[in-house]
Ligand binder design. Structure first.
Ligand SMILES: Cc1cc2nc3c(=O)[nH]c(=O)nc-3n(C[C@H](O)[C@H](O)[C@H](O)COP(=O)(O)OP(=O)(O)OC[C@H]3O[C@@H](n4cnc5c(N)ncnc54)[C@H](O)[C@@H]3O)c2cc1C
Length: 386
C-alpha cells in the first residue's frame, strides 16, 4: 500500500480549514496547527459570497455553512439617514449562478468547517515559528520546540503570516485610512427583514447592517482616521454612537442593542500584491498570500477559492512542485485583481468631500440593475477546474 501524502496546515482560519477539508477528502493525511487555544469565538460576522459557496459546493462542504447562516435576500445602498440610493440584485445573481450569498457569524462558519474534519486533525495552542526545506518535503518548527515533517506546508496563517515572512521577507502592510468597529447583537427592527443587508454611506463613514439569522444582526461601522494605523483600539460604545449621530434609526438601534464588551475595533489593512505564493514544498493561501480591504466582502471567499483550487491541482498533478506552480499561476491574477478592486472600492466608499459623495450617489442611482448584475457576475463566479 502506498503511504498517504502528508500536509501540515498552519492556521485554522477559514482558508486553512477549507484546505484541510479539501485535502482530507482527496486522500491526504492532514494536520492543522492553530496558535490560538481554540477556534476564534470573536470576529463578528461576514458574508460568504456565491463564489465561495460554489467553491465549497465543489468539495461538498457547503451544506453546514448554508445551514449555519442566512441567505442574503436584499442588498441596499442607503444614505446615512436611511433613504435608498440603489438596490443590488444580489439574490437574483445568486440564483443565476446557482449558489447563494450567505451572511454568517464567523465562529459559526469556523465551526461548520471544522466539524467536517476527521477527529484529531486540529491541534490548537501551538504557534508555528519557522520552516526548513528538506529534499522531498519540509520540516516545520513550533514555539514549544517541537518539529513536524510533511510533504507539503500550507501557510494559512493570516495577515501577519510567519510563513509568508520567511518566504517573501518584509512586505509592509498598507493602511486603509479608516478604523472599523464590528459586532453581532440580537436585533429586532421592522427594517431588518429576513436576509437584509444594507450599506449606509456618510462622509468618510460607513455603516453595514446584515441579518445573520436567528434574530441576530451583524453590524460594522467605519470612520476615516488621519493615522488609522496608530488609532487606539480601546472600545467605547459611545465613540460608535457619536460617529453615527443622526443616522437611520435601525443603525442607532443596532449599536444601542450591543453590549460594549462584544464590539471589536480594528484597522483594516492590506498588502501590495505579490505574484509568488509558493517556494519548494511550501505554499501560501488566503490572507497570508493576498490580504485585502473588506470593501468587496471577498477576503474569506478568495481564501476558500485558493484552498479548493490548490487541492484540485494537487489531485490532478502528480509532481508537487508543478502542482504548486500551477496553483500560483492560476490564483495570483484573480486574487490580486480583487485586492486592487477592494482598495479602489474602499476609496469610493470612504469618500469624504461633498463632491465625492455626490458623485458616488449619482453614479449608483443612475447605474441600471443590468450593469450591477454584469459587474458582480465576474467576481461572484467560481470555476472549480480553474
Ligand atoms: C472588518 C472585516 C470584514 C470582513 N468581511 C468579510 C466578508 O464579509 N466576506 C469575506 O469573504 N471576507 C471578509 N473579510 C476578510 C476575511 O475576514 C479574511 O480575508 C479571512 O478571514 C482570511 O482567512 P484566512 O484563513 O486566510 O486567515 P485568518 O482568518 O486570519 O486565519 C488565520 C489563522 O491562523 C492563525 N495563526 C496565525 N499565526 C499563526 C502561527 N504562527 N501558527 C499557527 N497559527 C497561526 C490565526 O490564529 C488564525 O486562526 C473581512 C475582514 C475584515 C477585517
Amino acid at each position: 500500500m502506498t503511504e498517504l501524502r502528508k500536509v501540515i496546515v498552519v492556521g485554522a482560519g477559514i482558508g486553512g480549514l477549507t484546505a484541510a477539508i479539501a485535502l482530507q477528502r482527496a486522500g491526504w493525511k492532514v494536520k492543522v496547527f492553530e496558535a490560538a487555544q481554540a477556534l476564534r469565538t470573536g470576529g463578528a460576522g461576514l458574508s460568504v459570497m456565491a463564489n465561495a459557496m460554489a467553491a465549497l459546493h465543489s468539495i461538498d462542504a457547503h451544506v453546514p455553512v448554508e445551514q449555519a447562516g442566512q441567505v442574503i435576500q436584499h442588498f441596499f445602498f442607503k444614505k446615512q439617514n436611511g433613504d435608498l440610493i440603489a438596490s443590488m440584485p444580489i439574490h437574483e445573481i445568486g440564483e443565476q449562478l446557482g449558489h447563494p450569498n450567505v451572511n454568517i457569524q464567523r465562529p459559526l462558519l469556523l465551526r461548520a468547517l471544522a466539524q467536517q474534519l476527521t477527529p484529531d486533525t486540529l491541534t490548537t495552542g501551538l504557534r508555528c515559528v519557522s520552516y526548513a526545506h528538506r529534499p522531498d518535503g519540509v520540516r516545520v518548527s513550533f514555539e514549544d520546540d517541537s518539529t513536524h515533517e510533511a510533504d507539503l506546508l500550507i501557510g494559512a496563517d493570516g495577515l501577519n503570516s510567519v510563513i509568508r515572512q520567511q518566504m517573501l521577507g518584509e512586505t509592509p502592510t498598507r493602511p486603509s485610512g479608516y478604523i472599523a468597529w464590528l459586532a453581532v447583537t440580537p436585533l429586532s427592527h421592522p427594517v431588518m427583514t429576513e436576509g437584509y443587508v444594507a450599506h449606509y454611506w456618510g462622509r468618510g463613514k460607513r455603516f453595514g447592517l446584515c441579518d445573520v439569522g436567528d434574530g441576530q444582526a451583524y453590524w460594522w461601522g467605519t470612520c476615516n482616521h488621519g493615522n488609522a494605523a496608530d488609532a487606539a483600539l480601546s472600545i467605547s460604545k459611545q465613540e460608535v454612537l457619536s460617529a453615527c449621530t443622526g443616522w437611520a434609526p435601525e443603525v442607532i438601534a443596532a449599536v444601542e442593542a450591543t453590549p460594549e464588551s462584544v464590539i471589536l475595533k480594528m484597522h483594516a489593512q492590506d498588502r501590495e500584491p505579490v505574484e509568488q505564493f509558493c517556494d519548494g514544498h511550501v505554499v501560501l493561501l488566503g490572507d497570508a498570500a493576498h490580504p485585502m480591504l473588506p470593501s468587496l466582502g471577498q477576503g474569506a471567499a478568495q481564501a476558500i477559492e485558493d484552498a479548493v483550487v490548490l487541492a484540485g491541482h494537487l489531485a490532478r498533478t502528480p509532481d508537487l512542485r508543478t502542482a504548486l506552480a500551477r496553483y500560483q499561476a492560476c490564483r495570483h491574477p484573480r486574487a490580486n485583481a480583487v485586492v486592487n478592486a477592494a482598495r479602489f472600492m474602499s476609496g469610493i466608499e470612504q469618500a469624504e468631500s461633498r463632491f465625492g459623495c455626490w458623485l458616488r450617489e449619482w453614479y449608483f442611482r443612475l447605474t441600471p440593475q443590468s450593469s450591477f448584475r454584469k459587474k458582480n457576475i465576474d467576481i461572484l463566479s467560481f470555476e472549480p477546474s480553474a
